[in-house]
Design a protein around this ligand. Structure first.
Ligand SMILES: [Zn+2]
Length: 341
């Protein structure tokens, strides 16, 4: 049987189209998932516009933020059954013997390959998923929201695991993309006072951040950061896609404060890092997520403590991927969601 899939077929800009693909055959430790919804990620857009910085295994079906129902089970799979509602992590291929995998940090296994660039992703009807990265989704959590577990896990990792927030801390988030807004919302959940910083063209996305109780700053964040005692904010989450924002972070954070950097930027730095030393700042990178983070985030989404509804800008059939990508690319919506046809 064939299904429509959003395929990134070549490294040139714009090399994405809908193709009919065969239903994948599964291995003994896999399940076949019937996709219900799949989120469009900034990285899908980057592969489309060809300004990504990771190797892609062309042609590949895009999409790594997804959930659905199990429709087939490999012969060695235990603990799952046909009909189960699930979401899947992104680490489709890992080496079980890598030392990072053995510590449970398989997300940091350098040989890992993910959905949507290394193996076929979920912007189609059926996707093959190893059972080791599945998580149950409770009935009360709709797939349109559950499919966004992945970016929420990125935020949880950056804000909870790779930063330290105490209630009442003042935290600045740089960058109002999906990850920036989710990080801001997660920092609110941790009890911080949060300001999110963007540019004039980010006004719509910043408005959505207000729904999470965040203050919004267009331009200079220094006055907000220093408002309490003149020394700077307690922490900065750098979720912007440009290296230069690290300079802003170093400038506005207080002595002995922290910076959690989750945004990527291929440009070289071109500025002095002495303030990092002089102010005794902790600079922490944050990448991806692992099994316990997924379980926790699903619990937060299911209980309603963490709500992704404000960021969902619409749901499009995969055949209308172009409009969904375009709206996100232009910043008209924070997050586009697709459904298979
Ligand atoms: Zn993503």
């Amino acid at each position: 049987m064939k299904s429509a899939a959003v395929v990134n077929y070549a490294p040139e800009k714009g090399s994405v189209e809908v193709r009919e693909i065969e239903t994948p055959t599964i291995g003994s430790e896999d399940v076949l998932l019937e996709v219900a919804n799949v989120g469009v990620c900034g990285s899908d857009l980057h592969q489309w516009t060809a300004d990504h910085s990771w190797p892609v295994n062309y042609p590949v079906v895009l999409g790594h933020e997804f959930g659905g129902r199990i429709v087939e089970i490999g012969k060695d799979v235990e603990g799952w059954k046909v009909g189960d509602r699930v979401v899947s992590e992104t680490a489709a291929i890992i080496s079980p013997n890598n030392p990072m995998t053995k510590r449970g940090l398989y997300n940091l296994d350098p040989t890992r390959k993910g959905f949507g660039y290394g193996v076929n992703g979920a912007m189609t009807k059926y996707v093959r998923v190893p059972s080791r990265i599945l998580h149950h989704v409770p009935d009360q959590l709709p797939f349109e929201q559950a499919c966004l577990t992945e970016p929420c896990c990125v935020a949880y990792s950056a804000v909870v695991k790779n930063a330290r927030i105490e209630p009442g801390d003042r935290v600045v988030v740089l960058g109002p993309g999906t990850i920036g807004i989710l990080c801001a919302a997660m920092a609110r959940l941790c009890g911080a006072q949060v300001a999110i910083v963007g540019l004039p063209q980010d006004a719509h996305r910043l408005e959505i951040a207000k729904q999470y109780g965040c203050e919004v700053i267009i331009g200079d964040a220094k006055p907000w950061a220093t408002a309490r005692d003149g020394l700077g904010c307690d922490g900065v989450i750098d979720a912007a896609g440009a290296s230069i924002t690290l300079k802003i972070a170093l400038d506005i954070v207080r002595p002995a404060g922290w910076i959690s950097k989750v945004g990527w930027g291929p440009q070289p730095l071109g500025f002095n890092l002495d303030p990092l030393v002089q102010k005794n700042i902790t600079l922490q990178g944050s990448f991806s997520h692992n099994w316990p983070i997924w379980e926790r985030v699903i619990a937060l989404l299911s209980s309603g403590q963490f709500d992704v509804k404000p960021i969902i800008g619409g749901v499009w059939p995969v055949t209308e991927w172009h409009e969904a990508f375009e709206k996100m690319h232009k910043g008209e919506v924070v997050k586009s969601v697709l459904r298979p046809v």
